[in-house]
Design a protein around this ligand. Structure first.
Ligand SMILES: [Zn+2]
Length: 127
């Protein structure tokens, strides 16, 4: 039995779902802030934390936790920046989906050209 590989899955159904995913990863204080301010958009760089971690060196475990240079520690960004980041993710997903569809069609067409015994012989490869 041949299985068609599952293609790329859309990472977020909507921009609100993307926002919810990001604020679901921050700490309680930040979550409460974003949860009670639905029109506040989390900074993309620090994901709404207001601080970022900078590793101090390749072999050092401890790095520095500094104020996010993007939002200056405010944890928020303009909506248009958030929308741009979301669109970039969705465009990347759509490009992967198009590539997957192209490869799937090519694979089906290639398999149609084979004889029954050739197709059967490929089953050992999981094709
Ligand atoms: Zn930030």
């Amino acid at each position: 039995m041949r299985h068609e590989p599952v293609g790329p899955q859309r990472p977020f159904a909507s921009i609100r779902q993307y926002r919810a995913k990001i604020i679901g990863r921050v700490g309680t204080v930040q979550f409460n802030f974003f949860d009670s301010n639905p029109d506040a958009w989390p900074c993309i760089r620090c994901e709404g934390r207001g601080r970022i971690y900078i590793p101090s060196g390749l072999y050092e475990i401890r790095g520095d936790d500094i104020e996010c240079p993007c939002c200056k520690g405010t944890r928020v960004c303009p909506r248009k920046e958030f929308v741009a980041a979301y669109r970039k993710i969705i465009e990347n997903y759509l490009a992967q989906k198009r590539r997957f569809k192209t490869l799937s069609q090519a694979r089906r067409q290639a398999l149609k050209k084979l004889t029954a015994i050739e197709r059967e012989s490929l089953q050992v490869l999981g094709v």
